[in-house]
Design a protein around this ligand. Structure first.
Ligand code: IPE
Ligand code: IPE
Ligand code: MG
Length: 246
């Protein structure tokens, strides 16, 4: 019996988010440059997207580049941007064929022109997809997002579009870049670190965490299914008692 067959289709995590960490250490362990690790890391995305589609996951969010990652050496940053641009041009046709719809979250204004164009082309090309929604977090950080949302709320309040009493959890969520996307059910972090690194703080209020020592380039179909199976062994109580859940 394959791992996919063991997954209970009635209890799938609707939304899986992944902090794809460990490219640099994957490369170092092989005596390679960090850039080689990023290259392998970008390749690994394809298998995981296909595996998520095969398991009928509705939303997959990948943390590809954080606001803080802009502080890395400039050659590493530009290398990463180039890898992403190539990946968009290489993968868009297949994503479209497989019904994947691509979206992005983050501060796209900070992306270099060629990266922004490649991303926008991919989003436009795949807009009609009805299968997996692939959300790419690029130049993203949660504190940036929360501050931006607060500014927009303040501006709408000043304009009189929004009344103070209207600002509840639902309205607030509509001002985030994840508007319309359900909160993640399962958050996976590869690479052995157990931290959230400024990712989806609001949206992860009730997420299930799954940490694995595997470096991102080594993560694939089977490891994704192991994470889903572990998720299915958990009981999500949302503050209630176990008896209430049964
Ligand atoms: C994750 O791998 C990729 C990005 C953050 C862009 P890292 O580059 O952080 O790899 P490590 O953590 O140094 O091994
Ligand atoms: C988190 O990885 C960001 C991404 C995976 C894009 P980092 O490697 O940048 O995280 P920290 O700095 O170790 O927390
Ligand atoms: Mg890292």
């Amino acid at each position: 019996m394959s791992l996919l067959d063991k997954i209970d289709k009635n209890r799938l995590p609707g939304h899986i988010a992944i902090i794809m960490d460990g490219n640099g250490r994957w490369a170092k362990a092989r005596g390679l440059e960090r850039g080689e690790g990023h290259k392998e890391g970008v390749s690994a995305i394809r298998g995981v997207v296909e595996a998520a589609s095969k398991a009928s996951i509705r939303y997959l969010t990948l943390y590809a580049f954080s606001t803080e990652n802009w502080n890395r050496p400039s050659e590493e940053v530009s290398g990463l941007m180039d890898l992403m641009v190539h990946a968009f041009y290489r993968e868009t046709a297949d994503l479209k064929k497989n019904g994947v719809r691509v979206r992005s979250i983050g501060d796209m204004n900070r992306l270099p022109e060629h990266a922004r164009t490649a991303l926008e082309d991919c989003i436009r090309e795949t807009a009609e997809g009805t299968g997996l929604t692939l959300v790419l977090a690029l130049s993203y950080s949660s504190k940036w997002e929360l501050a931006a949302a607060s500014r927009k709320i303040a501006a709408d309040a000043v304009k009189g579009v929004l009344r103070e009493d209207d600002i509840d959890e639902k309205t607030f969520a509509d001002y985030l870049t994840t508007r319309g996307i359900p909160d993640p059910d399962l958050l996976i972090r590869t690479g052995g670190e157990q931290r959230i690194s400024n990712f989806l703080l609001w949206q992860c209020a009730y997420v299930e965490f799954y940490f694995t020592d595997a470096f991102w380039p080594d993560f694939g179909e089977e490891t994704l299914y192991e994470a889903i199976l572990e998720y299915q062994r958990r009981e999500r109580r949302y503050g209630k008692t176990s008896e209430q859940i049964e």
